[in-house]
Design a protein around this ligand. Structure first.
Ligand code: GDP
Ligand code: MG
Length: 177
């Protein structure tokens, strides 16, 4: 296996948060394994996947954590956030409520995580443009106000998924190195 003997320079823990069914697990599957499944099962138990990449000639292992069907408010435990240097705050752009809930997910995150954590807001399911319920400008405005990176993605079509993860990882690298 390719990276068996690879020297890892950095391990970055990134957590995925947001309402149930917004596509967190599929974003992770797409990034880590380039897979997508329509019949995505609810995640059981805390899970993470890793992907090793090279940033600025350094080997960075991204350890990305996915919620264990704990997406109810206050159900995600502090162990989940512990040590995280990045967070992806995911909503479904066809579900206004999932965007409106970003405020409390952010509050949860800021209550538990390191204050220097790099946060990216993700509007997922951009392939369903005709069903859009969250204008890009609303999300941009929120991201700007809260000092978050922002990107719209489609795990299904693999649009911007790699870019989103690379952006947050590069920013973390920039801060840490
Ligand atoms: P999670 O609960 O946030 O982990 O959401 P999942 O990753 O399990 O996805 C929930 C549902 O949305 C599944 O039926 C996925 O197939 C679907 N889904 C996830 N990402 C996308 C996407 O980018 N586009 C579309 N059309 N469906 C998606
Ligand atoms: Mg899931």
């Amino acid at each position: 296996y390719g990276d068996y003997n690879q020297k890892i320079d950095y391990v970055f823990k990134i957590v995925l948060i947001g309402d149930s069914a917004v596509g967190k697990s599929q974003l992770l599957a797409r990034f880590a394994r380039n897979e997508f499944s329509v019949e995505s099962k609810a995640t059981i138990g805390v899970e993470f996947q890793t992907k090793t990449l090279v940033i600025d000639h350094k080997t960075v292992k991204a350890q990305i954590w996915d919620t264990a069907g704990q997406e109810r408010y206050r159900a995600v435990t502090s162990a989940y956030y512990r040590g995280a240097v990045g967070a992806m705050l995911v909503y479904d752009m066809t579900k206004r409520q999932s965007f409106d809930h970003m405020t409390r997910w952010l509050e949860e995150l800021r209550g538990h995580a390191d204050k220097n954590i790099v946060i990216m807001l993700i509007g997922n399911k951009s392939d369903l443009g005709s069903l859009r319920a969250v204008p890009t400008e609303d999300a941009e405005e929120f991201a700007q106000r809260e000092n978050l990176f922002f990107m719209e993605t489609s795990a299904l079509e693999a649009t911007n998924v790699e870019t989103a993860f690379l952006t947050i990882l590069t920013e973390i690298y920039r801060i840490i190195s």
